[in-house]
Design a protein around this ligand. Structure first.
Ligand code: ZN
Length: 150
């Protein structure tokens, strides 16, 4: 189990140090802002949506290691996916980090996102991990509202 923990940690540290898809999508047709007041994490997600497919996605902002790594992995996971697939990943990820630690979740299909499984043991960190996902969701839904983790 400790090896698994180390792996989780190294993926999160790597994505925090070198976030993927950091910046802004040029010619983005969707965007949303997110804020996690508990920790101070701020994020902007920009998306290029074409025919229900996420052609490109990027994030910008500043936050703790968990929120940055989560945003980085979120962009990697949803790029090239349809809206439905992206929302399905949102559901899966949400369950992964908010579920009862004693109940095993089906992590098939989540790929690298499973590194966030340990977050469910730290309720304060859940909002850091889900911020980018809530923001992505509101960008997809085009509500234009600021995503809050509350
Ligand atoms: Zn945070």
């Amino acid at each position: 189990m400790s090896e698994l923990r180390e792996l989780y940690q190294s993926v999160i540290l790597d994505h925090n140090k070198r976030p993927r898809n950091f910046g802004e999508v040029e010619g983005a047709n969707r965007s949303a802002d997110g804020f996690n007041p508990l920790c101070g994490d701020k994020i902007t997600v920009t998306l290029d949506l074409e025919d229900d497919v996420v052609k490109n996605v990027a994030f910008d902002g500043a936050g703790c290691a968990i929120s940055t790594a989560s945003a980085s992995l979120m962009t990697e996971s949803i790029k090239g996916k349809t809206i439905d697939e992206a929302l399905q990943l949102f559901e899966g990820f949400h369950e992964l980090v908010t579920g009862n630690p004693k109940i095993e979740v089906d992590t098939s299909g989540l790929g690298k996102l499973t590194v966030f499984k340990g977050v469910r043991e730290f309720p304060v960190r859940v909002k850091c991990a889900t911020l980018a996902w809530h923001t992505m969701k509101s960008a997809l839904e085009g509500s234009g509202k600021i995503a809050k983790t509350e």
